[in-house]
Design a protein around this ligand. Structure first.
Ligand code: AMP
Length: 281
């Protein structure tokens, strides 16, 4: 497995693979890899001849008061995990390689980014769309793999690829959780012991939401109120949002009908965690 830091080297390798008729699977990440990332890489390994993973903490998708500087990094451990899965190549560029001096072109979206994380992180998806477009142009994959853990991001990327005629198949992969239910996340490392226990309120509330719908609660106002009340039982939790939106448009819905994404962001101490479930009714 190679670790490559320049666009030029990636292009040379990818061109050679394409000349040989090999298909390329791509997994974009910010590193500090865990089993959630690994599940995307394993899916790519199964379905593609070559697998490229990128590790790049993208400054453009962090707001001013967010955790860009403290975001965890461990390239050595990441490389080991990738190697064990059979990833062919890690693309690990410096910020200057991705954003040369004078950089001023962006990919932005008018819909899908007003609700959920877009509300509390107004510049986030512009940063995500821009970096993912750049990475797609650099790696030119046949398929790219994204986790449902970031369900709004998955919807945004699908829309972007459709709108801009990018010839890439987007594959969504299920949320991987710790044994006790907490969704795996690089940010879980911020939690101390007490916060780690308190963080279980997210997955518990996800299960509650799923159960309520099974029991026939299809009015989203009622559903969201019950979920918020449950989160309020945990004194360390502070709700950013709990919402039910259409999976395609990421607009609020009144009723659980069609493909609905029920998503939440909750602060546990200073750490902002997200979780969700998708329901088809
Ligand atoms: P990140 O490194 O947080 O930018 O995540 C890179 C990719 O891994 C994104 O497509 C995420 O949705 C996905 N991912 C992160 N955590 C999980 C998880 N627990 N289960 C499945 N996919 C995940």
């Amino acid at each position: 497995m190679q670790i490559i830091t320049t666009v030029k080297e990636i292009r040379t390798l990818v061109k050679e693979w394409k000349r040989q008729g090999q298909t390329i699977g791509f997994v974009p990440t910010m590193g500090y890899l865990h089993e959630g990332h690994a599940s995307l890489m394993k899916a790519a390994r199964k379905e593609c001849d070559k697998v490229v993973a990128s590790i790049f903490v993208n400054p453009m998708q962090f707001g001013v008061n967010e955790d860009l500087d403290s975001y965890p990094r461990d390239l050595e451990a990441d490389a080991k995990l990738c190697e064990a899965i059979g990833v062919d190549l890690i693309f690990h560029p410096e910020v200057e390689e991705m954003y040369a001096e004078g950089f001023c072109s962006f990919v932005d979206m008018n819909g899908l980014t007003k609700e959920l994380c877009g509300k509390s992180r107004p510049i986030h998806f512009r940063g995500v769309c821009t970096v993912v477009s750049k990475l797609f142009n650099i790696v030119t994959p046949d398929r790219a793999y994204f986790g449902q853990k970031d369900a709004q991001q998955l919807a945004v990327i699908r829309r972007m690829v459709k709108d801009l005629n990018m010839d890439i198949e987007i594959i969504g992969c299920p949320i991987i959780r710790e044994e006790d239910g907490l969704a795996k996340s690089s940010r879980n490392t911020y939690l101390n012991d007490e916060e780690r226990k308190a963080a279980l309120i997210l997955s518990q509330t996800i299960r509650l939401g799923e159960q309520l719908i099974k029991d026939g609660v299809l009015n989203t106002k009622e559903l969201i109120t019950a979920m918020k009340e449950n989160i309020a039982k945990e004194p360390m939790a502070k709700i950013d949002y709990v919402e039910a939106v259409s999976m395609d448009t990421i607009e609020k819905v009144d009723k659980i009908e069609g493909m609905v994404l029920v998503a939440m962001a909750v602060y546990i101490g200073k750490t902002r965690l997200i979780d969700n479930f998708i329901i088809e009714a």
